[in-house]
Each structure stands twice: as C-alpha cells, then as structure tokens.
Ligand binder design. Structure first.
Ligand code: GRF
Length: 200
C-alpha cells in the first residue's frame, strides 16, 4: 500500500481524480493519508472530508520564518506516514531543504507539455493564456518529479491535447484538465505504487 499525501491550494479537481481512481478500484494499492492546503477554506479540503480523508490547512502566513513553515509541513507529512507527496495545484514554491529531504518522493502536475509554458510565474490560467498567445496547436499536461528548480524535474508522463479555434484560456484549461491532467496524475501514482518507476 503506497501512502500518499496530496498538497492543494484550491478547487481540488485533481485530488478528486485521485479519489475517484482509488474508489473505482484503479488505484487499489494507494491510500491518501492526508490532504494539506496552504489556504483556509480551499474547496479541496471539503472534497477530502466528503470522502473521509483527513484534511488540514497549514498556512505559511502562520509562521514568521519560511523555514519553520516547511519544518511543520514536513513533520505533519511524516506523522501521517507519507511515502509520496503529490502536488495537485499546490501554489507554494517548495524550499530547497524541503525538496532535499523528500527527494524522489514528490511529484507535481503541470498544465502544459514541459518544457513549454513552464517555470517561474507559469501557473493557473496564465499557462493557457501564453499557449494561446503563442498560437500552439497542441498543448497538454505533464507529471514530473520535483527537484529544486521550477518544473525542471524528471518527467514521468505527458499527454497532448489539441487547441481548437475559438478557445479561451478558460475553455482550454478545462479541456487540458479533462483530457490530460485527471488521467495522467492517477496513472503516474499507479506507476509509482506498482514499482514500475523508481521514486529515488
Ligand atoms: C491544475 O491546472 C494543475 O495542473 C495546476 O493547478 C490546477 C489545479 O486545479 N498545477 P485543481 O485544484 O486540481 O482543480
């Protein structure tokens, strides 16, 4: 059984995709031991509660020093028995010390085909705005291991999604989620749970 913790900041549709995969039997060797949000009232926490999963908010704002926040986060993850951290729309940039401590045991979902439209400042709708601005005909999503850089870690899975005439950033974001993110994130977790890729 792979024990995962899911880190979120907002709506939690990727969290929902993981929950659905577990409940639907596609991730039968995975258990979510904790959902942690950096934002009070994130809807993702409600999703966790609805499915009997423990969820908490740990906000960087409650800590004077950034290092103390990451220490608390790490403690919480360890106490829950976390073996893999899944960043599912988590908007806090991790400290190098945190990444070092959990090296090879953190994955992230990014809503583009890395190395396009990624790196500092590329999150949320902005990723899709930039893809439309550039006029790409294909975009998609990437699941990757997290290293000290922004979106620079080893790639686990990618899935392409077509850009259609008349797309707005919002429409494209929804298509990328439905056709790529919600599919490859559970798949990548499955690969790690099955041992078909190494986590370190
Ligand atoms: C997703 O687009 C994800 O790729 C990005 O943030 C968004 C989170 O959405 N990193 P949700 O909270 O899972 O609905």
């Amino acid at each position: 059984m792979l024990k995962i913790a899911v880190l979120v900041s907002g709506g939690g549709t990727n969290l929902q995709a993981i929950i659905d995969s577990i409940e639907g039997g596609k991730l039968d060797n995975v258990r979510i031991v904790k959902v942690i949000s950096n934002k009070e009232g994130a809807y993702a926490l409600e999703r966790a509660a609805k499915h009997g999963i423990e969820g908490i908010c740990i906000s960087p704002k409650s800590f004077g020093e950034r290092a103390d926040y990451f220490k608390a986060l790490s403690e919480e993850l360890k106490n829950a028995g976390t073996e893999l951290i899944v960043l599912a729309g988590f908007l806090v940039v991790l400290s190098s010390d945190f990444v070092r401590e959990w090296r090879g045991r953190i994955i992230n979902i990014h809503p583009s085909l890395i190395p396009s439209f990624c790196g500092d400042g590329y999150y949320g709708l902005r990723v899709h705005e930039k893809a439309l601005e550039r006029g790409v005909k294909v975009t998609g999503a990437t699941v990757h291991f997290v290293d000290e850089g922004t979106d620079t870690g080893p790639i686990i899975l990618q899935k392409a999604v077509n850009v259609e005439d008349g797309d707005t950033p919002e429409i494209l974001q929804k298509r990328v989620m439905e056709q790529a993110e919600w599919i490859i994130l559970p798949q990548a977790i499955r690969m790690i749970a099955d041992g078909s890729i190494k986590t370190s």
